[in-house]
Design a protein around this ligand. Structure first.
Ligand code: TTP
Ligand code: MG
Length: 357
């Protein structure tokens, strides 16, 4: 990496799923709206995907059981997840953002990093560019976003969260220390609940306190992560904004050596394929929601069948149970099967997602 100073934007759409629903149905604007599982008058299973800022005033949050959300706000409007729609809007928003960056990195369904070093000569120019991006997204998609601007990805991402919705927060290089010092340590990326609690038990509540801590003790307590924590507390992050090949789904299929109507063999093979898929999902740090199975009979007649779960997961048991459920109707006596497949889709990176349920 060259020593050149960089200017990085982090863009995060505001209450993304509910903002899209509000745009589709403007009557919802100003009222509390939740997107997620069916609350069934407080008896529903599954979780809240997201909610708008009006619903957040009632204490509702992403990942909360939908039944609890209902108890907090029975008068909220509850809408089902329309993933296909959100993915379409996401691609259009990402296409707009991409126009503004030399280097572009999508991060989840509604976030992206932009390296704009080559486009702007100062933070003032960066501010003007960020405002233009916000205006463009509003004009073309009717949606608001929040933007964090700084000299690396870590700080840009933390900056975005400071002011939301419709925020714009700039952290210039000289302001890094002051910006970070009073933030709670949990604001640092990757500081999960456990690490946060451990740090607090060591008397470290703010990033400032963490940055003043003896790095060798941190390494002793947290291993490799200790030194990473120390660097982050000083706002240091050299990672590049990198275009990712956007994986849409992860799947496996297999053709049987001989066409078979041995359904124990079919189900056993399905379990093995599911295990492979989960391994790749976990390796790539994704969570999935949709499971699809494929069955091809000996006459090449092919069927696919999908189910979208009410939560994001990377658990083998969820994949196996769903795949077995989906394939059952296709296991018909006297119909020999030639090939089966299983696939996980509706993928989101797990790094910035809470694991649901
Ligand atoms: P976020 O950007 O985390 O949330 P948000 O856009 O709804 O709200 P904010 O204004 O705070 O940015 O996530 C983007 C979308 O991803 C969100 O609209 C719904 C989905 N999502 C889930 O399905 N489950 C989750 O646990 C989270 C956090 C998000
Ligand atoms: Mg968002």
């Amino acid at each position: 990496m060259s020593g050149k100073k960089r200017i990085i934007f982090h863009v995060d759409m505001d209450h993304f799923y509910t903002a899209i629903e509000e745009k589709l149905n403007p009557e919802l604007k100003g009222k509390p709206v939740v997107v997620g599982a069916d609350p069934k008058a407080g008896q529903g299973r599954g979780v809240v995907s997201t909610c708008n800022y009006e619903a957040r005033k009632f204490g509702i949050r992403s990942g909360m059981p939908i039944a609890r959300a209902w108890r907090l706000c029975p008068e909220c409007t509850y809408l089902p997840v329309n993933m296909q729609l959100y993915v379409r809007v996401s691609s259009r928003v990402m296409a707009i953002l991409r126009e503004y960056a030399e280097k572009f990195e999508q991060w989840g369904i509604d976030e992206a990093f932009l390296d704009v070093t080559a486009r702007v000569k100062s933070y003032d120019e960066a501010e003007a560019l960020a405002k233009e991006i916000k205006n463009q997204i509003l004009a073309r998609e009717g949606l608001t976003c929040s933007i964090g601007v700084s000299h690396n990805k870590l700080l840009a991402k933390i900056a975005t969260e400071v002011q939301k919705p419709d925020g714009l927060t700039i952290v210039r290089e000289g302001e890094t220390r002051e910006f970070l010092s009073s933030l709670p340590v949990r604001r640092l990326l990757w500081v999960g609940k456990k690490t946060g609690a451990k740090l607090e038990s060591m008397g470290i509540k703010t990033v400032g306190e963490l940055s003043a801590y003896d790095p060798s003790v941190l390494t002793e307590v947290f291993g490799v992560m200790g030194s990473q924590l120390y660097l982050m507390a000083h706002g240091m992050d050299n990672s590049e904004v990198q275009e990712r090949s956007e994986i849409k789904s992860i799947g496996r299929d297999t053709t049987f050596e001989e066409d078979t109507s041995d359904f124990d063999l079919v189900l056993g093979t399905l379990d093995l394929l599911a295990k492979d898929v989960i391994e790749e999902v976990v390796e790539n740090k994704y969570l999935f929601k949709t499971v699809t199975i494929r069955v091809r009979y000996e006459n090449f007649e092919t069927h696919t069948h999908s189910k979208t779960l009410p939560f994001l997961t990377d658990r083998l048991a969820d994949m196996t149970k769903t795949a077995r459920q989906l394939i059952r109707p296709y296991l018909v006596p006297d119909r020999k099967i030639r090939l089966i497949g299983v696939r996980a889709s509706s993928l989101l990176p797990s790094s910035n997602q809470k694991k649901l349920i």
